[in-house]
Design a protein around this ligand. Structure first.
Ligand code: S3P
Length: 170
């Protein structure tokens, strides 16, 4: 069986760009769960949140994760909240190795500045919002998978670090 490489971690930790590097370096197909959600709903994520609310978004997210988790030999990039549901993690862990990308709240605020696509980070004082959510979610990220600190590293360096770890986990 070909193991999947799964990336999770808070918004702005670089999952999508690192997943693209991994896909290129390993010659594995890339599945970006957020993009698949948007494709299935024919709407941007922000609109799904606005029209249907977060709970409904989480249901769609789980359905899409369950659909792709059992594929083989793919790189899967999840949204930052995928770790919140046990069933998402179980499905992803069954066929893949999960890496959780991390960064501090200042770095995340800088990386997400000027981007209005993330409904959970809208409004004033983004850094405070990030800090609160990060603290709330920390236990979920810690149990999700192998932690990879992304501070001060390029997407290529992070992808290479993950590949290095794969050689001893496989
Ligand atoms: C979310 C993260 C987003 C997206 C949605 C909710 C979260 O994905 O799934 O806005 O709850 O952390 P990214 O982590 O790719 O920004």
């Amino acid at each position: 069986m070909l193991t999947n490489i799964v990336l999770t971690g808070f918004m702005g930790t670089g999952k999508s760009v690192v997943a693209r590097e991994l896909s290129r370096l390993c010659g594995m197909r890339l599945v970006d769960i957020d993009r698949e959600i948007e494709r299935s709903q024919q709407k941007p994520i922000a609109e799904i949140f606005a029209l249907c609310g977060e709970d409904h978004f989480r249901q769609i997210e789980t359905a899409v994760i369950l659909q792709y988790a059992s594929e083989q030999g793919v790189v899967i990039s999840t949204g930052g909240g995928a770790v919140l549901r046990e069933e998402n993690l179980k499905a992803l862990q069954a066929h893949g190795i999960i890496f959780c990308l991390t960064a501090g709240s200042e770095t995340i605020a800088l990386r997400t500045a000027g981007n209005n696509d993330r409904p959970l980070l809208q409004g004033n004082d983004r850094q405070a919002k990030i800090a609160v959510l990060l603290t709330e979610r920390q236990p979920f990220y810690e149990k999700a998978g192998i932690m990879i600190n992304t501070e001060g590293k390029t997407p290529l360096e992070i992808a290479e670090e993950i590949i290095g770890k794969l050689s001893w986990t496989r």
